[in-house]
Ligand binder design. Structure first.
Ligand code: ATR
Length: 276
């Protein structure tokens, strides 16, 4: 049996072991997936040790998505563009880095029946999670309007795709981008348990009736943003679909096998109690 991990600090709350072990059991894959708390200063030691174990790879969460980069032997072009990895494969003592957050989000949208090509998206946030969403949406052919509390960070993010991404005012009911949006994505930490909350939700009223409202947060499910969007009659997508799709893509890298989403989605959705 080969070992897989998710590393981070904190990490014990992670749903990755549940998702990966569910898929491995279902598909008869001989892997065991566990949480491993690794502190920042323990990263180099962990990497040396894990190369000596029967370990096929690991996922990375806070604070390692960027910190891992200098230790990798090879970096996938998308992960290089994002400057962040969430999946590392170990082969012959070498470390190969990938990012499945970005394609995972697009796969989740497509599964929801939303093809980003030619669509207009309003993205709230300009941190690491927002960057993965923004790059995914632009590569899939959408236009993205980025609103962030700190406007300079929104401007810096839009520079990645200057012909498809534009900064906009932090959600302001009167912003014209809202009235024309096909998709609104919350990639800030607002609404997460233990974090702050949106000051008001008036901006939702500016969205057209066909707009999909997506929140990357799944703790709680649904978030207050999605609860209010649904009450207004808007379609919503919670954080579980991204979590699930990034895990499917990561397991494909770890095992080298194609995993048809239809074969695993019902079991994964049951496992996380997905409602989003
Ligand atoms: P992650 O990796 O989860 O994306 P991050 O890179 O720290 O985390 O980004 C957090 C995002 O949430 C940022 O867009 C941040 O806005 P700033 O760039 O202005 O800091 C946003 N955010 C966090 N707290 C916020 C708050 N109280 N109001 C508005 N935006 C907030």
């Amino acid at each position: 049996m080969k070992q897989l991990y998710v590393i981070g600090d904190p990490v014990t709350h992670s749903k990755s072991p549940l998702l990966h072990n569910t898929m491995c059991a279902l598909l008869g894959l001989d892997y065991e997936y566990a949480c491993r708390t690794v502190k920042r200063e323990e990263l180099a030691g962990f990497l040396t040790a894990v190369k000596g174990e029967n370990c096929a790879g690991f996922n990375a969460t806070m604070p390692f998505k960027e910190l891992l980069l200098p230790y990798l032997d090879a970096l996938d072009p998308l992960a290089s563009r994002l400057g962040a990895v969430n999946t590392v494969c170990i082969k012959d003592g070498k470390l190969y880095g990938y990012n499945t957050d970005c394609p995972g989000y697009i796969a989740a949208l497509r599964r929801r029946g939303f093809d980003p090509k030619g669509k207009r998206a309003v993205l709230l946030g300009a941190g690491g999670a927002a960057k993965a969403v923004a790059v995914g949406l632009c590569e899939a052919g959408a236009e993205v309007f980025v609103a962030n509390r700190t406007s300079d960070k929104a401007k810096a993010l839009t520079a990645l795709f200057p012909h498809q991404m534009y900064p906009m005012a932090w959600p302001d009911l009167h912003a014209p981008e809202l009235a024309r949006a096909d998709l609104l994505v919350n990639a800030t930490s607002l609404g997460m348990v233990g974090q702050g909350q949106f000051g008001d939700f008036a901006f939702l009223q500016a969205l057209p009736p066909a707009c999909l409202v997506s929140d990357l947060i799944y703790h709680p499910t649904p978030t207050e943003l999605l609860r209010r969007a649904a009450a207004q009659g808007l379609a919503t997508m919670g954080g579980f679909p991204l979590l699930i799709h990034q895990a499917i893509l990561a397991l494909e890298y770890f095992t080298g096998q194609t995993i048809p989403p239809d074969a695993v989605l019902p079991a994964l959705e049951r496992a996380v109690g997905a409602q989003g």
